[in-house]
Design a protein around this ligand. Structure first.
Ligand SMILES: Nc1nc2c(ncn2[C@@H]2O[C@H](COP(=O)(O)OP(=O)(O)O)[C@@H](O)[C@H]2O)c(=O)[nH]1
Ligand SMILES: [Mg+2]
Length: 215
């Protein structure tokens, strides 16, 4: 459940995936694309070799018709195997996850291991993986040896999560991924939080607020 009091609600959203799949690039491009009322700077914590050591953070938000302040804190996790403790800490209390896979065929094993670690870490931090709002993004679709979309769709056909194909480098699929996650989050938490009934916030208005567009 999101952190909340009478005046505000904060959703924690986490971009999870193997090292170098494009998680930091997703946040940077989102920052360029989105225009919500409240948008902070992206805080990135990169080391010299361009890798995320702790996490990146992008804060966003808007106000519902009722006056309720709705905030989002978008995090990335460090992908390298060695940083599992940090990944667990960042994942803790997440309200939604984007799994950023690398479409490069050579990265299939890393994707699989990272996905397994997501499921395992959810269990360790008390998140119900089976009911966690989640979107799966295949990034780097521009690479010559990227697995073709049809093959990925076939392989994931039994999975319940929305699939998005992206080229984060040029922004393709970035907003679609985020919008898809926001919709899933609304459907999951909206009824309990009375977003429609008490705060006058429809799913489309929730999405529009998060993206900074008019519903
Ligand atoms: N070819 C290609 N490279 C990408 C794409 N997205 C990110 N990259 C590159 O992949 C590397 C890792 O990206 P980064 O966002 O730091 O990955 P992270 O480790 O998941 O945070 C960087 O050199 C990015 O420029 C993409 O869509 N296509
Ligand atoms: Mg990173």
């Amino acid at each position: 459940m999101p952190e909340s009091d009478a005046q505000h609600l904060t959703f924690k959203l986490v971009y999870y995936g193997p090292a170098q799949s494009g998680k930091t690039t997703n946040l940077l491009r989102l920052h360029d694309l989105l225009a919500p009322e409240l948008k902070g700077e992206v805080m990135t914590m990169e080391t010299k070799d361009d890798r995320t050591l702790f996490f990146d953070l992008l804060p966003l938000g808007f106000r519902a018709p009722s006056g309720l302040l709705i905030k989002f804190r978008l995090f990335t996790v460090p992908g390298q195997v060695a940083h599992d403790g940090t990944r667990k800490a960042v994942l803790s209390r997440a309200d939604g996850v984007v799994f950023v896979a690398d479409a490069d065929r050579a990265q299939e094993t890393n994707n699989g291991e990272s996905f397994q670690s997501l499921a395992a870490n959810c269990a360790r931090v008390g998140l119900d993986f089976d009911h966690l709002p989640m979107v799966v993004q295949f990034n780097k679709c521009d690479l010559p040896n990227a697995v073709p979309e049809a093959e990925i769709r076939e392989r994931w056909s039994a999975a319940p999560w929305p699939l998005v194909f992206a080229i984060a480098l040029n922004g393709q699929g970035i907003e679609t991924t985020f919008e898809s996650l926001i919709r899933t989050v609304y459907r999951n938490f909206g009824p309990n939080l009375k977003l429609q009934t008490e705060h006058g916030l429809s799913e489309d208005a929730f999405v529009a607020g998060a993206l900074g567009k008019n519903a």
